[in-house]
Design a protein around this ligand. Structure first.
Ligand SMILES: Nc1ncnc2c1ncn2[C@@H]1O[C@H](COP(=O)(O)OP(=O)(O)OP(=O)(O)O)[C@@H](O)[C@H]1O
Length: 249
């Protein structure tokens, strides 16, 4: 079943066209990785899904409903959103961070919320005693885990991740990649995951979407992308050590 659908989206920032007739369909339970040069529109596309950006043309459907017809706050609360670094509230404990959305959504039972937060921490591989800590008392990898736990706290069925592991060292990054693969399998959630790292895109994605200049260049399984790249750019991208620098526009 289709869970996310973007139909012929155009998005302008002033004169600049960030998305150009962009369409996408994501199936429920799919793990989609998104890769492309800096500035090609990846984040803009992701923010279309949870309504942080609105299209100038086209429609966005989540679970079959046009999101322009739904309450944007309710939409954002049921879609998990994990970003690099700046995700957690620094002045709140881990517990408060994780229970933030459930609490503002009306779940006021403290004991139940605490139990739920402890369960989620365990799900992402952290100890319950971390509930009392503040974000600056955690390592980068631990903060990312809390970010994921928080995104899952509202029983999200969709997780949007924007370069979540970009700032982590290689070893922590690999551990987190394995962790997110496990979570995806266990929870059956749908994940849209932006990365600059082609190895990460190929390792995690059931399907890899390559974007360029606001358009979808190719979207296929890692194997097919590797075997039958749609263009020279995609071919170079998938060849390890090809020297393609995605951070350059
Ligand atoms: N709020 C904004 N105001 C003006 N221009 C914007 C805004 N957000 C994005 N843009 C522009 O739209 C284009 C697409 O940006 P976007 O952040 O989606 O790219 P990206 O592929 O996610 O890049 P990166 O990989 O560097 O994060 C860029 O040229 C960017 O400068």
């Amino acid at each position: 079943m289709e869970i996310i659908r973007l139909e012929h989206i155009d998005k302008y920032f002033g004169e600049r066209k960030a998305l150009d007739d962009f369409s996408l369909s994501v199936k429920e339970g799919e793990f989609l990785t998104v890769i492309g040069r800096s500035g090609c529109g990846k984040t803009t596309m992701l923010k279309m899904i949870n309504g942080l950006h609105t299209p100038d043309r086209g429609r966005v459907l989540v679970e079959g409903t046009d999101i322009s017809q739904t309450d944007p706050i309710a939409l954002r609360r049921r879609i998990g959103y994990v970003i690099q670094n700046k995700g957690l509230f620094p002045h709140m404990t881990v517990e408060k961070n994780i229970t933030y959305v459930p609490v503002i959504s009306g779940k006021k039972n403290k004991e139940e919320n605490r139990k739920n937060a402890a369960r989620l921490l365990k799900t992402v591989g952290l100890e319950e005693e971390m509930l009392k800590r503040y974000p600056n008392e955690l390592s980068g990898g631990q903060q990312q885990r809390v970010g994921i736990a928080r995104a899952l706290a509202a029983d999200a069925r969709i997780l949007l991740m924007d370069e979540p592991f970009g700032a982590l060292d290689e070893i922590t990054k690999q551990a987190m990649q394995d962790e997110i693969l496990r979570l995806h399998k266990e929870l059956g959630i749908t994940i849209v995951f932006i990365t600059h790292d082609i190895r990460e895109a190929m390792k995690l994605g059931d399907r890899v979407l390559v974007m360029d200049q606001g358009r979808a260049l190719q979207s296929d399984t890692p194997r097919n992308i590797y075997r039958s790249p749609a263009s020279e750019f995609v071919r170079q991208l998938t060849r390890a050590g090809s020297g393609v620098d995605l951070r350059m526009e």
